[in-house]
Design a protein around this ligand. Structure first.
Ligand SMILES: CC(C)(COP(=O)(O)OP(=O)(O)OC[C@H]1O[C@@H](n2cnc3c(N)ncnc32)[C@H](O)[C@@H]1OP(=O)(O)O)[C@@H](O)C(=O)NCCC(=O)NCCS
Length: 178
């Protein structure tokens, strides 16, 4: 099992993240301008890096970027704009780790809730979000321009509460042991 970790996205990661976005969201056009997003003071991006077996422990090589997550912060709301894991690396807990890190970053930035939109057909992602306490609070009709699919609006509130922090700690520990 390769060693994986989460870190903030850098300029040098743009090409790899753009490729990942294209793979995960092939109908999204135009793609995100990650160069602009990295300059946006209201946006934060995280990447998941996995070292290949044989890369050793050298810090000189972070390994391959296999996932990313994007957030926008407005007042006390953190909006998850995207989360994706390279197809070949799915179902290994990387999405779980990215979402844990995204919620921890939201807490650091003083957010009290996280919101997102998800295709109503995207049961995999909804299962991930539900694990983290997100609930469906509304439907945005025809939200996706490619096929006019509806989106669920999902939120998790009071992430600053002791109760939610403790849930997040449990989820973080699950990721470590997974
Ligand atoms: C959604 C996505 C990020 C999940 O990433 P991942 O690394 O495969 O997820 P994990 O292995 O960390 O799984 C965490 C949880 O997500 C849910 N999940 C993930 N894949 C699932 C699947 N194929 N079927 C059912 N549940 C799934 C489960 O609840 C899982 O917990 P479990 O392993 O205890 O059952 C990934 O499927 C992806 O990149 N999809 C394409 C892009 C996308 O749709 N992004 C969401 C846009 S809103």
């Amino acid at each position: 099992m390769p060693e994986c970790f989460i870190r903030p996205m850098r300029l040098a990661d743009i090409d790899a993240v753009a490729r990942l976005e294209q793979e995960a969201f092939p109908t999204q056009a135009p793609g995100t301008s990650f160069a602009r997003e990295l300059r946006n003071p209201l946006a934060s991006y995280l990447v998941a890096c996995c070292r290949r077996d044989g890369d050793g422990n050298s810090d000189a090589h972070d390994g391959d970027i296999v996932g990313y997550a994007g957030l926008w912060f407005v007042l006390d709301e953190a909006h998850l704009t995207a989360i994706a894991v390279q197809e070949a690396h799915r179902r290994r807990g990387i999405g779980h780790r990215l979402l844990t890190a995204a919620l921890e970053l939201a807490l650091e930035k003083g957010a009290t809730l996280m919101t997102l939109e998800v295709r109503i057909s995207n049961q995999e992602a909804q299962a991930l979000y539900e694990k983290f306490g997100f609930a469906r609070v509304g439907v945005r009709r025809g939200y996706y321009s490619d096929n006019h699919e509806d989106a669920y609006l999902m939120t998790v509130e009071h992430i600053e509460s002791t109760e939610y922090r403790s849930k997040l700690e449990t989820l973080r520990a699950e990721a470590r042991s997974g």
